[in-house]
Design a protein around this ligand. Structure first.
Ligand SMILES: CCCCCCCCCCCCCCCC(=O)SCCNC(=O)CCNC(=O)[C@H](O)C(C)(C)COP(=O)(O)OP(=O)(O)OC[C@H]1O[C@@H](n2cnc3c(N)ncnc32)[C@H](O)[C@@H]1OP(=O)(O)O
Length: 194
């Protein structure tokens, strides 16, 4: 079964997304926005280590290989992990808009089981923007970028100020992120939404 709830339908006056002039070029790897991020961080041993690449327009491609620590049923990826991979890919789109945003709603269809060892080929794009609301959609395919769809999602991200993280995040991680020597990650965290 698939379908999208009313809150994921952009309003009639929604705008087309506009790629930021300083967005990474198509084909360029985005890198992690935070080393400890479970989705993309390289310092997170059990994380997904998802590698996202800028596409044309406001689109992203990404890959994630299911490891044994990502199982739900024996030999199969946990559904929540697959939803995380979709969420992370969708979240990466916001860097192409140069907007900081968090997931408000994520609706996921699980179409096929995904065995351990499989590489999930993800594709996501922003479909519309209405004020602070960013509407986007993603698929994850198996067997190659043109293989059958195993998972798909529609999402609503909401633009936030950096204070969202500073006010709600645990102090020690916020301080560490603020002094991250990686200039690009600092820029993604602090300069996109002054
Ligand atoms: C110092 C270190 C910095 C680090 C910098 C890092 C930067 C890069 C980090 C990115 C990280 C990526 C990782 C992957 C993406 C996550 O996983 S993000 C984590 C998961 N998400 C969250 O934790 C969000 C938790 N929720 C919230 O904080 C609040 O509910 C929100 C989403 C900010 C919204 O609250 P709000 O700002 O008060 O906005 P609100 O007025 O309620 O809603 C605004 C509009 O959105 C609509 N809306 C809000 N929620 C929903 C919903 N669930 N369903 C439908 N509509 C909704 C409202 O109806 C409203 O619509 P309009 O009335 O304007 O038409």
């Amino acid at each position: 079964m698939s379908g999208t709830s009313a809150s994921l339908q952009p309003p009639a006056d929604a705008a087309k997304p506009v790629r930021h002039p300083d967005a990474p070029a198509p084909g360029e790897l985005l890198g992690a926005h935070y080393g400890q991020c479970f989705g993309c961080g390289g310092e997170q041993p059990h994380g997904l280590h998802l590698a996202a690449r800028a596409g044309e327009g406001v689109s992203i491609t990404a890959e994630f290989t299911v490891r044994p620590e990502h199982q739900g049923a024996p030999g199969l990826a946990h559904g929540g992990i697959l939803a995380t991979a979709l969420d992370e890919t969708l979240g990466s789109l916001n860097w192409l808009l140069r907007t900081i945003a968090v997931t408000g709603r994520l609706e996921t269809d699980f179409v096929r089981p995904v065995p351990v060892g499989t590489t999930l080929h993800l594709e996501a794009e922003v479909t519309a923007v209405a004020g602070r609301k960013i509407y986007s959609t993603a698929t994850g395919r198996v067997g190659g970028p043109d293989g059958p769809v195993a998972v798909r999602a529609d999402a609503l991200f909401i633009e936030v100020k950096v204070e969202h993280f500073v006010n709600h995040g645990r102090e020690e991680e916020i301080q560490a992120a603020m002094s991250d020597p990686d200039q690009l990650r600092r820029a993604r965290a602090f300069e996109v939404n002054p």
